[in-house]
Design a protein around this ligand. Structure first.
Ligand SMILES: [Zn+2]
Length: 186
């Protein structure tokens, strides 16, 4: 596109995600990724295009074991019997923490999805390589990868309290073709 500052047809420099934030609700484990991805002019750095990002990712079900299973595994013996969901609800406090950084993301789609036909009927699809780079599509955006830590604070009547900690990988991606980004008025 033409840059309003250097007045030349320019390409984009690497995208900037300084304005993107990933936050977690510590009680629900819901992550929001919001802000904007900015594409600067490769010649002068003027901000040319932006993509607004507003993603919501639920993480509470991503853990390898449920809160109930985790508390049972760690505290069942101490309590002398298997704990129930009611017991967990009454005696446990669950908190979530996110450790993840937004990073600029770029990928080239070098294949196209085509139908496989037999006697005029579509019987499936396959990915076919695109031969000319001018037909390849480039997607840019922001990826956030890291870890969600779930800490269950257990209060056991008559015993010292304890904490049961589990981790789950976190991944979120927002992307679009640069042509679909909004132009920033100069
Ligand atoms: Zn420029």
């Amino acid at each position: 596109m033409r840059c309003p500052d250097c007045n030349k047809f320019v390409s984009f420099d690497e995208g900037n995600v300084d304005d993107v934030e990933a936050d977690i609700d510590d009680e629900s484990g819901t992550v929001t990724v919001s802000g904007r991805v900015v594409l600067p002019c490769a010649e002068c750095g003027t901000e040319l295009k932006e993509l607004a990002v507003d993603e919501t990712v639920e993480t509470a079900d991503d853990f390898p074991r449920t809160v109930l299973a985790a508390v049972n595994a760690e505290c069942g013996a101490k309590l002398g019997s298997a704990v129930t969901q009611e017991w967990v609800d009454a005696n446990c406090k669950v908190r979530y923490e996110l450790d993840a950084e937004p990073e600029f993301h770029e990928r080239v789609q070098a294949t196209v999805r085509v139908a496989i036909k037999k006697k005029g009927k579509v019987i499936g699809h396959k990915e076919k390589p695109i031969k000319s780079s001018r037909y390849m599509k480039t997607y840019k955006g922001v990826s956030v990868t890291g870890t969600v830590t779930r800490t269950v604070h257990v209060s056991i009547p008559g015993h010292p309290g304890t904490e049961v900690v589990d981790e789950a990988p976190f991944e979120s991606l927002a992307e679009d073709q640069a042509s679909a980004f909004d132009e920033i008025a100069g």
